[in-house]
Unconditional design. Structure first.
Length: 332
């Protein structure tokens, strides 16, 4: 359970100074260019269908999925792939499996079936110190986010990460919360690469009483050290210590644009004007149409099994809510 303590006097969210109404396209560009300047190869977004016939996932649910073999050390190494550092803006779908946000869409201001994850990755190159340093520099120098509104969490047993946050960011103890594995140990699925993680949160303001709503997760830094087989609680060490980070484009855009939800950003407004101010039903329809379009683009079609079945659920849910708005359809 997240129990961060906000700073006194942090008021209602508004556009952050010096980056007023930063468009999502510019945010994406700044992120990729920043990490390119730090020696990362820009890798295009992969298909939403997991590569190489990977049966452990229905969809690409995180930016690291296209690099799974690199994390496992079975892709031929940096010499074969041509780089040991990468950055991407990866489309992701979380509608089925371990990471499933389908039923949260419309109920919260921040969950989507399809979203864009900005990420930087190290394959046996840098580890915790450089990952934390670049994360903090991008947030506080490139985006100029106020330091007093940023908080972090670490795995309780990962005292190295805690020490690095204090050393690099100068964060006081009350801004670094230690959590258990349920919150701060990340895995892509029931099997695959995994490791302790550290998350950066944005304080939306003391007008929000519920800490789960007040603190918005911006960025997750995963320190990939292990591999777990399905049904096996034992952790196996990976060949190299690596880094996988993910930052939600839509969430950060909402902070930079000073709007109350992801649905008010320039990512969603063109799809449905003022969508978040109208109703839960409109939010669900707009989100599901966006995810459906992306999945169809990548060759996923409605069916009775696997990812096709999940797509059919998304479409049916969109139709059901559209009918509540008076849209007539004979689709079943």
């Amino acid at each position: 359970m997240l129990r961060l303590r906000g700073s006194a006097g942090v008021r209602r969210s508004s556009a952050v100074r010096n980056v007023h109404s930063l468009p999502s396209t510019e945010l994406r560009s700044r992120f990729l260019q920043f990490f390119e300047s730090q020696g990362h190869r820009i890798v295009p977004s992969a298909s939403l269908v997991p590569p190489g016939g990977d049966q452990s996932l229905l969809f690409v649910n995180a930016g690291m999925v296209p690099f799974k073999q690199a994390f496992l050390g079975i892709d031929g190494g940096a010499k074969a792939r041509g780089y040991s550092r990468a950055t991407s803006a990866q489309r992701c779908v979380r509608a089925g499996g371990k990471h499933n946000d389908l039923d949260q869409v419309g109920l919260t201001r921040r969950h989507h079936t399809m979203f864009e994850m900005l990420g930087n990755f190290s394959f046996g190159d840098y580890f915790k110190k450089q990952a934390i340093t670049m994360c903090w520099r991008f947030l506080t120098q490139e985006l100029e986010l106020p330091i007093d509104r940023l908080h972090v969490t670490v795995l309780k047993s990962d005292q190295e990460a805690r020490r690095l946050w204090k050393q690099i960011a100068g964060l006081p103890d009350h801004k670094i919360q230690e959590l258990d594995e349920h919150d701060n140990f990340w895995a892509m699925g029931d099997s695959g690469p995994c490791g302790p993680c550290s998350e950066v949160f944005w304080d939306l303001g003391d007008h929000i009483a519920d800490p789960d709503e007040r603190f918005l997760e911006l960025w997750n830094l995963v320190f990939m050290q292990f591999f777990r087989n399905e049904g096996d609680s034992e952790l196996h060490a990976l060949p190299n210590c690596s880094v996988d980070t993910g930052m939600g484009l839509e969430r950060v855009a909402s902070v930079l644009q000073g709007v109350p939800s992801n649905y008010h950003t320039d990512v969603f407004v063109p799809l449905l004007t003022e969508v978040a101010t109208r109703s839960k039903t409109l939010r669900i329809v707009s989100d599901h149409l966006r995810a459906t379009y992306a999945l169809l683009q990548d060759g996923v079609f409605p069916s009775n099994i696997g990812r096709g079945y999940v797509l059919r659920r998304i479409i049916r849910r969109a139709i059901r809510h559209a009918q509540q708005l008076g849209v007539r359809s004979d689709a079943s």
